[in-house]
Structure formats: C-alpha cells, structure tokens
Design a protein around this ligand. Structure first.
Ligand code: TYD
Length: 199
C-alpha cells in the first residue's frame, strides 16, 4: 500500500494571491492542484449559482451549496488522490465556509462546523496556510470590472471574513503568511514553511 499523500490547503480573502501560490507549490512538489468551489463536473454548475450575483440566496443555502460542492470534491477528487499516494494542494477548503458563511454572513458557527464534518469526514488537511492581506491591499489589487456575489459584498463583510480567518488561524495553529509582499517573496516564505512536510 502506498503512503498517503500530503494534503495542503491555502486560505485567504479574495485576491490575497493564494491561487497563484497554491498552483506554484503544487507544481514544485508534483502534487495535484485543485480548488473550491467548482473543480468537479457537478461543482461547475454549483459554482455558477454560488457566484451569480443575480440569484439572491439565503446564507444557509449558500453554506449548504458550498458544503455539497466540498463533499463531492472530497469523495471524487481529493480522497482518491491522497489514497493513491499523490499529494494534493487545494485552493480553499472547509475553513472558507467558516470564514465566509460563518464569520462573514453570520451563519451559526457550531452548526456549520457539524455540517462541515459531515461533508469532509476524516479528510483533514495536514497543513493550512493563511495568506493574510489587509482590505487596503485588496482594494488596490481588485479590478473594477464585473463583480460576483462575494466581490460585490460590502467592505464590512470582507473585514469580518479576514478577522474570522485570523481567529481560526490562531486557534488551529495554521501558518500565517503576509500576502502584501511580491509573489516571489511570498513563495520563498511558503517554501520554507512547508519544507518539513513528507512530500
Ligand atoms: P475563489 O474561486 O477562490 O475566488 P477568489 O480567487 O476570488 O478568492 O472563490 C470564489 C468565492 O467563493 C470567493 O469569494 C470565496 C467564496 N467561498 C465561500 O464563500 N465559501 C466557501 O466555502 C468557498 C469554498 C468559497
């Protein structure tokens, strides 16, 4: 039986640069890069409705659709790869739902935690990296074109999401990396911090 792969997760608010960094580290360690929401055929449809700013949705509905996407993603993509011994780097995982739907939208955190456990079972990340940036940096980076459901939410929502992430990071001893630096410098710091993992 092959050894289980490493499962590394990147979290952060929109335009924190996590997607670039997650892809980079996956390539470096020959790991499978994946993301949420939407990296399965079912997930493509779920992502469409989740991001569509023209379809009003209850916060609970939003949370349950995120969890449906995740549960299918775990069962059909993440777990099979890890079991085969392939490492997996995911751009977002269960903490995104706690941060956005819990801290951001105000859905009850304890209920969300239980529902997340139902969605992911025993598939826990070996390490989580929070790429932290201030809202000032986000505003400088964000293109002012078409906005999805989350991009069009107000600044206070994004502040709550960021604070939620920082609280989760402290409680769960995640790796927190300052995302305000250039991509090469951020990549160098991340490389150092994940070198100990059994890739
Ligand atoms: P993503 O594709 O990572 O967008 P970005 O690269 O801009 O961060 O995620 C799309 C949006 O979905 C993003 O605004 C965060 C939101 N999201 C949640 O609200 N809850 C979740 O559980 C997940 C996975 C994403």
């Amino acid at each position: 039986m092959s050894q289980r792969g490493v499962f590394l997760v990147f979290e952060g608010i929109d335009v924190s640069g996590k997607s670039t960094q997650a892809r980079r580290i996956a390539e470096r360690h020959d790991a499978l890069f994946t993301f949420e929401p939407g990296d399965t055929p079912l997930g493509v449809d779920l992502r469409h409705w989740l991001l569509d700013a023209g379809t009003p949705m209850e916060p609970q509905t939003e949370a349950l659709l995120m969890l449906s996407d995740r549960s299918h993603h775990v069962a059909s993509v993440i777990e099979p790869a890890l079991r085969e011994g392939r490492s997996v780097v995911s751009d977002r995982y269960y903490a995104s739902t706690l941060a956005y739907q819990g801290y951001g939208r105000g859905v009850d955190l304890a209920l969300l935690q239980s529902a997340s456990d139902l969605a992911i079972g025993s598939c826990r990340p070996d390490e989580t990296i929070l790429l932290d940036v201030s809202l000032k940096v986000v505003n400088e980076r964000r293109a002012h074109d078409q906005k999805d459901r989350f991009e069009s939410a107000d600044v206070a929502f994004h502040e709550r999401v960021r604070e939620g992430y920082l609280e989760l990071a402290e409680r769960n001893a995640w790796i927190v990396v300052d995302g305000a630096h250039g991509p090469d410098e951020v990549a160098r710091v991340i490389d150092e911090r994940v070198a100990h993992l059994p890739w």
